[in-house]
Ligand binder design. Structure first.
Ligand code: SF4
Ligand code: SF4
Length: 177
């Protein structure tokens, strides 16, 4: 067994029944991640997107998770409280089969960083109807597994974009810190 390390697991709890599709969360997320911060807002840069279908009263906030290099071979439909949700409605992946969670200029995948540096995620603060709740818990995980996960993520990105493009993007992001 490898060394155990403590890891803080951060999550957003989402109540789809409360979401009214106002998109305030998309606005503040994209503004927070603009360069310079708050200089613009563009939902295409947001790490949270609302899957909207007003005619069916469907509003699903989804925040960006991992990048995946290939789309799923099989998909599921969800029927909840009489509403049928599309196959990808609840998926958090930055995936080749849909436009969400891709940086508009570079095409690089976007991932929620829980508004690093803020005391609480801004989408949670800006959601006036409490459809989003921030939760934190501590877990013990294998140190090697954390390193493997990071390496696999980086390898997938290198495969897709190449070392050079990835390097220049890292350098640009580092300047913002
Ligand atoms: S701010 Fe809240 S209510 Fe508005 S779209 Fe986002 S999650 Fe839904
Ligand atoms: S927690 Fe921050 S980075 Fe993540 S979706 Fe919400 S506003 Fe965007």
């Amino acid at each position: 067994m490898g060394e155990k390390v403590k890891k803080i697991i951060k999550t957003l709890k989402i109540d789809v029944d409360k979401c009214n599709g106002c998109r305030a969360c998309e606005v503040i997320c994209s503004a927070f991640h603009a360069t310079p911060k708050y200089s613009s807002n563009n939902p295409a840069r947001s790490r949270i997107r609302i899957i909207r279908d007003p005619f069916r009263d469907i509003y699903v906030p989804v925040y960006a998770g991992e990048y995946t290099p290939a789309e799923c071979a099989g998909r599921d439909k969800y029927l909840i409280d009489g509403k049928e949700y599309d196959e990808c409605s609840f998926c958090r992946a930055a995936c080749p089969s849909r436009p969400e969670f891709k940086e508009p200029d570079s095409g690089l995948p976007l991932k929620c960083d829980m508004c690093e540096g803020e005391d609480e995620p801004l989408c949670v603060k800006w959601c006036l109807v409490d459809a989003l709740t921030y939760e934190e818990r501590e877990e013990e995980v294998d140190e090697a597994a954390v390193a493997d996960e990071m390496e696999a993520d980086l390898e997938a990105l290198i495969d897709k974009f190449g070392v050079e493009k990835l390097g220049s993007t890292f350098a640009r992001l580092a300047q913002k810190r």
